[in-house]
Design a protein around this ligand. Structure first.
Ligand code: KG4
Ligand code: ZN
Length: 349
């Protein structure tokens, strides 16, 4: 059994969490997260410098909060896991520096975590039946604000090696990520950042077939995605509706149509991948996995075991980072507090 403190600061969420790992379950004892969304709303997107400065102000409070809710002592921790790649480098550096200071003072080992490996582990958080019974091959779909990618996982989590995602990639977005497509079209429609959740809400009761929007790369031989054309098509529809004076009354239908176009594009490639790789399980993780229409569509897949994170663990959080760190720690992969002094942040990985 191990207790791991996770720290996440790769984008616009400053988060700390204590997770207990006992080979069967990742039990989340605490998650303390500060979302910077309100700070970035005036700019319509994340401003890296604003993000870094705010992480600096909040990271210690998040760590303090997570430790207090857990109720254990710093000396009871077995390791500290931190997102060190990929992400906004200034933002990552804040979490990495806080981790280095803590680890050196406490003489605790450090596990550097790839942000997407954290998302992959989000399906295990507080879900007791997933870890050892996961059905393979597993199609892992990451749909977030920065990434849209599919991976074929052929080994159980205990054998997931460093950079295992890099070696199992089968398709990814050639331009915008799915979350970015939600956010950019939502912005054109006048919704605040991040727009995914607004489109999700507005789409309820709207007609998903009211507007014809493109689904790029329809070829069966291609498992990549492309979402940039959707934003352009949506902007023409919006201009047209505004000219006619029917934009406000069409908002629900347009939101539903945008959502349908994104989900359709995702699912057409998901179905091809499941068939091609004879997948027995599918996991969808990342912020967009919180989308209610996507979750409903997932349930329609037959003869495949579906793994979804609990809704609160879809968007960025430190519990998933602690879980990925605990897994690595159990494999003996960590840095000593001396080695951790050389740890750096990587914008891309
Ligand atoms: O995983 P995440 O928190 O951050 C990244 O690692 O990028 O994902 C954030 C993305 C944003 O683009 C946001 O609009 C999207 O997830 N998102 C949603 C929903 N909730 C969050 N997209 C569609 N429907 C939602 N309910
Ligand atoms: Zn993320």
């Amino acid at each position: 059994m191990s207790f791991v403190l996770g720290i996440e600061s790769s984008c616009d969420e400053s988060s700390a969490s204590v997770v207990e790992f006992d080979q069967h379950l990742f039990k989340v004892h605490s998650v303390s997260t500060f979302s910077q969304i309100d700070l970035h709303i005036p700019y319509g997107g994340v401003v890296p410098e604003v993000a870094s400065r705010n992480h600096l102000e909040t990271v210690n409070q998040m760590i303090d909060g997570a430790m207090k809710v857990w109720g254990g002592k710093y000396s009871d921790l077995d390791a500290i896991a931190v997102t060190n790649r990929p992400g906004l480098v200034g933002a990552l550096l804040v979490g990495v520096s806080a981790t280095k200071a803590l680890s050196y003072c406490l003489k605790k080992p450090v596990v550097p975590v790839h942000h997407l490996e954290g998302h992959a582990c989000s399906i295990f958080l507080d879900q007791s039946d997933t870890l050892n019974t996961i059905k393979l091959p597993l199609l892992l779909v990451v749909v977030s604000g920065g990434h849209t990618s599919m991976y074929i996982i052929k080994t159980l989590p205990e054998f997931w090696e460093k950079d295992f995602l890099k070696h199992s990639l089968i398709g990814q977005s050639r331009d915008d990520a799915a979350g970015e497509a939600f956010d950019k079209t939502a912005k054109l429609m006048g919704f605040p950042y991040p727009g995914g959740v607004w489109i999700d809400r507005e789409a309820k009761g709207g007609n998903p077939h009211a507007f014809t929007l493109p689904r790029a790369l329809p070829q069966k031989s291609i498992l990549d995605f492309s979402f940039s054309g959707l934003k352009t098509a949506a902007s023409f529809v919006i201009q047209d509706l505004k000219k006619k004076g029917t934009f406000e009354s069409s908002k629900k239908d347009l939101a539903a149509s945008v959502q349908e176009a994104i989900i359709d594009a995702l699912f057409s490639k998901i179905k091809i991948a499941i068939h091609q790789y004879d997948c027995k399980g599918i996991a969808i993780v990342g912020g967009v996995a919180a989308n209610s229409a996507l979750r409903a569509r997932l349930e329609s897949l037959k003869n495949i075991k579906i793994y979804q994170p609990l809704k609160e663990y879809c968007t960025d959080n430190a519990a998933m980072i602690a879980a990925a760190g605990a897994l690595r720690f159990s494999q003996g992969q960590f840095l000593t507090h001396h080695e951790a002094l050389k740890l750096n942040a990587q914008a891309s990985a």
